[in-house]
Write a protein that binds this ligand. Structure first.
Ligand code: FAD
Ligand code: UDP
Length: 379
């Protein structure tokens, strides 16, 4: 008997969003799929689990699902029900809390004004420092809100998070954060904003529960027996690692997560005034997340996490800037020479992707792989 593990149609490296979505899609299309992950769990960085105090936490930092893609939403809805959740963030500066993204409330609080919504565009016009073209993240922030707000909310946070100045990062990083003229204090503007009702882990378990999928955890690609026998490989790990760093390592930013629990909560049951509080300046950490505010879990105490950025550690963030883009192009050219390997996901494509973008990319890749495998193997 041919075991899937020896001769899978598709070997999927990584059981995060990229690997799990591609694997399920290929299994649904009739192909046998072996999914491996070097970690002891599925779900990649979106994994969640219950901590020692019974609180559902995200070991790799806060993950909030948001998308404008009806297709992505519909596809994931096969594997989970959802809890409506609109994310909110406050920045703590000089002992005060301000809404982020910057909105009318932020502007009035910082500048001691009482602007009406209709006054805000003219006020922004008076403080912005026009830049063209918008190449760097510094250009984006100064162009929209000027240097006082840049220094209060963006420059320090960015230096900590990326180990670089705003001027050394491509415009796409700061462009993730809008500026609002009204009182909308939601972090994201997307049409769909939800959390998986039973958590990400449960959603991944359902996605991977398929008779044509087998999973091997604690299994690295380097020692995977089927790497030479699978008809096709979907690789979701770091692209530079796949090619043994032959053009040099692509820089990634990492994080150290400091998880903690407290029974000392306020009258509302919470520790913080918002699910996430950003600390842009003095502190070494960038933000603190209070998990039960994200998940809606009701419990007596509360579990939180502080994020300390670092250069060393697991690769969490590709660093968007011109020099890394040039290095990536070299790896992409190499990848083109490997028609039986597809590179998909945040690490394999070296893109600062949100979860929904990874899902969309994995669906696309899986469909083209399924088509190729089927046309090579008619009947
Ligand atoms: P990963 O989740 O990194 O999965 C890759 C998997 O491949 C890993 O499990 C890894 O162990 C495995 N692997 C790698 N190499 C090998 C190998 N050689 N052999 C075996 N296995 C291997 N997105 C949002 O949309 N909303 C958010 O709120 C949000 N918050 C985030 C917060 C943080 C702190 C971080 C770091 C990311 C956040 N993201 C968020 C982004 C989100 O985590 C990613 O878009 C998504 O999880 C990427 O999925 P992936 O499968 O591409 O990569
Ligand atoms: N950012 C900032 N101050 C903030 C929030 C964000 O300077 O209060 C900048 C910072 O460079 C950050 C980027 O905007 O890395 C993107 O923020 P986002 O919240 O999207 O980061 P993620 O959740 O991916 O870590």
């Amino acid at each position: 008997m041919r075991l899937t593990s020896d001769f899978p149609d598709v070997l999927v490296v990584g059981a995060g969003f990229a690997g799990a979505v591609a694997g399920r899609r290929l299994a649904d299309a009739g192909h046998s799929v072996r999914i491996i992950d070097r970690r002891p769990h599925i779900g990649g960085n979106a994994w969640d689990e219950t901590d020692a105090h019974g609180v559902l936490v995200h070991p790799y930092g806060p993950h909030i699902f948001h998308t404008n893609s009806r297709r992505v939403m519909a596809w994931l809805s096969r594997f989970t029900d959802w809890r409506f959740y609109e994310h909110r963030v406050l920045a703590r500066v000089d002992g005060r809390h301000f809404p982020i993204p910057i909105n009318r409330t932020t502007l009035n609080a910082v500048f001691g004004l009482e602007l009406e919504e209709a006054d805000v565009p003219a006020f922004l016009e008076s403080i912005r420092e026009p830049r063209a073209p918008l190449r760097s993240s510094e250009d984006v922030v100064l162009n929209s809100v000027g240097s006082r707000l840049c220094d209060m909310f963006f420059r320090g946070y960015t230096k900590k998070q990326w180990g670089r100045d705003l001027s050394e990062l491509s415009s796409s990083v700061a462009a993730r954060i809008p500026v609002r003229t009204d009182d909308d204090d939601r972090y994201f503007g997307d049409g769909f904003q939800f959390m998986p009702r039973d958590g990400y882990g449960a959603m991944f378990a359902r996605m991977l529960d398929h008779p044509r999928i087998e999973i091997a955890l604690g299994q690295d690609y380097a020692s995977e027996p089927s790497r030479s026998t699978a008809r096709h490989t979907v690789y979701t790990g770091p692209i530079d690692e796949f090619f043994d760093y032959r053009f040099g390592p692509l820089p990634y930013r990492s994080l150290r997560f400091e998880h903690y629990h407290t029974d000392s909560v306020g009258e509302d049951g919470f520790v913080q005034p918002a699910p996430v509080v950003n600390y842009p300046n003095e502190e070494e950490f960038t933000r603190i997340t209070e998990f039960k505010q994200l998940t809606g879990q009701r419990c007596a105490g509360s579990s939180l996490v502080r994020e300390y950025p670092s250069a060393k550690g697991d690769p969490y963030y590709p660093i968007p800037c011109a020099e890394n883009e040039a290095l990536l192009k070299q790896y992409e050219a190499e990848a083109m020479k490997w028609p039986t390997v597809s590179f998909v996901g945040r690490l394999a494509q070296y893109r600062y992707y949100n979860m929904d973008q990874v899902v969309a990319s994995a669906i696309k890749v899986a469909d083209s792989v399924a088509e190729r495998l089927t046309s090579k193997n008619p009947g």
